[in-house]
Design a protein around this ligand. Structure first.
Ligand SMILES: [Zn+2]
Length: 314
């Protein structure tokens, strides 16, 4: 596995290249990149210690070999990033997901600090788009005492996502370990009651930006597709939690998938589409932006640059 982009991928990237500081131009952070007129900046919330038991099908010799080859401890944990994204165009700012906040313990909650480092204060965020309501994506919308952290923001997410996490039956049927996830999701919906906008399907969110439903991980899980001119970026939420394990084995699911079979089908479909269309891809648990290469019935990752200062050692 290499982070080095091939010559072909660099050429194919066209104008969608990482920003460089240009003398006299407005300083732009090195982790930001441009998609048409949009600037996309990954905001690193922290690193999550992924244990092999969280991808049970990988908890065997085949999984250990892949981790070893990637320079990771074969018995885990492997540090996986938790990202949110700042998206800006001119003087407008949007946030895509918000990280864990304080709900998953210490070691996270760096999104607002990262945002301020970009010169943006939380009250300048008018809209937060949510890929889904898991705690590592929506927990950062809350202060430690459970209030809305983004005082002026509207929260936009899929109708199916709100319905699932509000459903007492779904909560009762889910494994007991998921109860805290329901608690966080419901706390977020309560804190932003009256300023939550529910959308369906491939809803347009801004000019050239739309949701792309990617169900399975959660019922209303959705990626964000940014298209401006000839440049495109898919920020696919939680399609991949471990690049090392799930790219070669798209059938290996994580324990948090609400519908594992649907999660596998969605992952295979979007990996295939990304490979065929040469889409640039970023994700909440990917340490860089990259492209997907189909390799028989599995896939390879071709990273384009490391995002964030404390990326995993691979
Ligand atoms: Zn996640």
């Amino acid at each position: 596995m290499s982070f080095l982009p091939s010559r072909r991928s660099v050429l194919a990237a066209g104008a969608c290249l990482p920003f460089l500081r240009i003398a006299g131009a407005k300083a732009i952070p090195s982790s930001a990149y441009r998609v048409g007129a949009y600037t996309v900046t990954p905001l690193r919330d922290g690193l999550f210690p992924l244990q092999p038991s969280m991808i049970p099908a990988a908890d065997n010799e085949a999984g250990r070999v892949l981790l070893t080859r990637a320079g990771l401890p074969p018995g885990g944990p492997s540090p996986e990033p938790v990202n949110a994204f700042l998206i800006r165009r001119d003087e407008r700012f949007w946030l895509l997901d918000a990280g864990c906040g304080t709900v998953l313990g210490p070691g996270f909650d760096r999104v607002t600090t990262a945002l301020r480092a970009e010169g943006v204060s939380p009250d300048q965020i008018g809209t937060v788009w949510l890929t889904h309501l898991h705690a590592d994506h929506a927990g950062g919308l809350l202060t430690q005492d459970g209030r809305a952290r983004f005082s002026d923001a509207e929260v936009v997410l899929q109708e199916r996502e709100v319905a699932y996490w509000s459903d007492a039956g779904a909560r009762a049927r889910a494994p007991a370990a998921m109860t805290p996830f329901f608690d966080t999701a419901q706390a977020v919906l309560a804190a932003y009651a009256g300023r939550t906008r529910r959308v369906t399907g491939q809803a347009q969110l801004a000019p050239g930006i739309s949701f792309l439903p990617l169900p399975g991980h959660t019922p209303g899980h959705a990626g964000l597709l940014i298209e401006d001119g000839s440049e495109r970026l898919l920020i696919w939420g939680d399609i991949i939690h471990s690049r090392v394990l799930q790219m070669p084995h798209p059938d290996w699911t994580v324990i948090w998938d609400a519908d594992p079979a649907e999660a596998v089908a969605t992952r295979r479909h979007i990996l295939d589409r990304a490979a065929v269309e040469g889409l640039d891809v970023a994700g909440m648990h990917l340490s860089s932006r990259g492209r997907i290469i189909r390799d028989g019935s599995s896939y390879r990752w071709e990273g384009r640059e490391v995002t964030g200062a404390d990326s995993p050692p691979r």
